[in-house]
Design a binder for this molecule. Sequence first.
Ligand code: THU
Length: 133
Amino acid sequence: MEQIFIELLEKAKESALKAYSPYSNFPVGACILYESGKIYCGCNVENASYGLSICAERNAMSSAIAEGEKTKIKAIAIYSPKQEMCMPCGACRQWISEFAISENETKIILENKKKEPEVLSLVDIFPYGFKFS
Ligand code: THU
């Protein structure tokens, strides 16, 4: 296990503590390592008008773009204290695909039931994604 993946998951746990999730009571944190070596984190932010809520993953990717990040995603760690192996939703998978190095190279880091980081490739959870070509 690469040390950086362990660190990324720890940062995702810290981000989950910042979540604004009074409606679902389901906090999520996401932390992303880019090719530049920079790390950007996010948490879910809910709204009284439920559909306006934003997921932790898209929040983190939006922060990266807003900060001027131009490189691609090497790995993204996702964590919720409410669920082991907390998987990104379909919309977030499409977003990750947009900024991924490639389906095989970009890694998804989740905490398994043994409380250890589990490493998947984007292709494992999002094969045949939509792309302009
Ligand atoms: N959520 C995320 O932040 N990421 C996901 O990939 C799945 C769902 C959030 C959205 C909502 O605030 C809460 O989890 C329950 O759906």
